[in-house]
Design a protein around this ligand. Structure first.
Ligand code: ASP
Length: 452
């Protein structure tokens, strides 16, 4: 018998009807032994996510304002979801029991306080969901991440799992054989016993850590989309769904534009080569998108076209730059010293560009960067450009295929798109084009048409 870890996102648990669908899905496959839930997200009848209501309560408390309203809404939301399903009021109130206490906890460490309150959404949801399964005659058990040993770093709001967590969570495998384990996503405990959450969307990471620890046969991630598409549906009309792709391809696609899965969730499962399957709670007949370690022969050379805007570049020109030792190191140190991360660094004989996400920059930062460049590197010229979009053609098949670059540049030139930079990573899984942001949609459509 297999062991599937199934993570259901906020939209899959957002209303009574969604909870019913989720239970149906759990029951459909006896291998679904471990269920990880988010806090209820948005639904047609609920416009705010429970996590956002809890964040609102935290902000209000920290600003010495009245937090009663968001707290009332959280309680009302759980009642509105679970009461129509026949879950007794006592069970709901029992799960909500410590919410008031969390909100009234000491606020002297705001990060610690925030995480304690915000994690309640997942925790309460899982306690009630497990009871609901039992009411339906499906044996299930809520598991507390503290008791299970999900140890994380004390970086509040952006915790990382510790290696011991994996060893501890492996022991849950036995429990999965006895009944369905219902495990709250999004948070763990520090060595001091404090709640610490992952970054937003972090329930994906919880599912991945559990799948890795228990050597799951598959990690399912249920959301409200069918899977990953060959291009973003906002850019291209009805793009083809990708049925299978590799972890690396997924990473390249999610790097610009495809945010189906939390970035950090791929690493744990990739280590053990556990397949990830992205599924749609609203469309169970669709088998979703499978993410695996190796591509099968006969698959497409190019799996997708991704894009993202909001990049800027700093281009330095200096005669005989290629002979100057340490030029690249000194250049990148300028960004490092200012706490900025860079995305790409294409270079020519006497010029080099650094591309970065322009959201990181404050108005004064650009000046400071140029001043530091002038002082440290004495370039002949520094040029900056903002509003660059990056468009990427992704596929492991690019390694063997001749002429993909010319095919792509041909398509872009026929569409009248001016290419500002080209970057083909050394792994040859993707080629990235820097273009004017206003050409993004034109470029994606031209490339999609060319390869699909
Ligand atoms: N509920 C949290 C959020 O909204 C975590 C999650 O859903 O994965 O970010």
């Amino acid at each position: 018998m297999g062991l599937i870890v199934s993570k259901f996102g906020g939209s899959s648990v957002a209303s009574s009807q969604k909870i019913k669908q989720t239970v149906e899905i759990v029951r459909l496959d006896p291998n679904r032994r471990c269920v990880v839930l988010s806090a209820p997200g948005k639904a047609p009848e609920f416009s705010v996510k429970v996590t956002d209501l809890l964040i609102d309560a935290v902000t209000k408390t920290l600003n010495r304002q009245d937090y009663a309203e968001p707290l009332r809404e959280v309680k009302a939301r759980f009642a509105a979801i679970y009461e129509p399903l026949g879950v007794p009021r006592g069970v709901i109130d029992g799960a909500l029991g410590d919410l008031e206490g969390r909100v009234k906890s000491p606020t002297n460490h705001p990060g610690k306080y925030r995480d304690l309150v915000v994690a309640a959404g997942e925790d309460i949801n899982c306690k009630i969901f497990a009871e609901y399964l039992n009411i339906l005659g499906v044996k299930a058990k809520y598991v507390c991440p503290k008791e299970a040993g999900l140890l994380v770093t004390p970086i509040f709001g952006d915790a990382q799992p510790l290696p011991e967590a994996s060893v501890n969570l492996a022991k849950l495998k036995g429990l999965c054989a006895e009944g369905i384990v219902v495990f709250p996503g999004f948070f763990g405990y520090t060595a001091d016993g404090d709640v610490a959450t992952f970054s937003r969307g972090g329930s994906d990471l919880t599912g991945a850590i559990l799948a890795e620890a228990m050597d799951a046969t598959e990690y399912e991630n249920w959301t409200d989309v069918d899977g990953i598409f060959s291009a973003h549906p906002h850019m291209v009309d009805s793009p083809a769904q990708i049925t299978a792709l590799t972890y690396k391809e997924m990473r390249e696609l999610s790097y610009i534009g495809f945010n189906v899965l939390h970035e950090e969730a791929v690493r744990p499962v990739m280590r053990k080569k556990i397949p990830i399957r992205l599924r749609n709670t609203n469309n169970v007949d669709n088998k979703g998108t499978l993410i695996v370690s190796e591509r099968l022969p006969g698959e497409r050379d190019v799996v997708g076209v991704a894009s993202g805007g909001g990049y800027c570049s700093f281009t330095l020109q200096k005669f005989l730059m290629n002979r100057e030792k340490g030029f690249g190191r000194k250049l990148l140190s300028i960004f490092e010293d200012m706490g900025l991360s860079y995305e790409h660094c294409p270079s020519g004989v006497d010029n080099i560009s650094v591309i970065l996400d322009q959201d990181q920059l404050k108005p004064e930062t650009v000046n400071n960067i140029i001043r530091a460049m002038d002082e440290v590197l004495v370039p002949d010229e520094v040029k900056t450009e903002f509003g660059i979009a990056l468009v990427s053609v992704v596929g492991e098949g690019l390694v063997q295929k001749v002429g993909v670059l010319s095919q792509a540049t041909g398509a872009l030139s026929r569409a009248g798109v001016n290419i500002k930079l080209v970057n083909q990573g050394s792994s040859e899984i993707s080629m990235i084009f820097g273009i004017d942001a206003s050409d993004e949609s034109k470029a994606v459509n031209a490339l999609y048409k060319e390869f699909f």
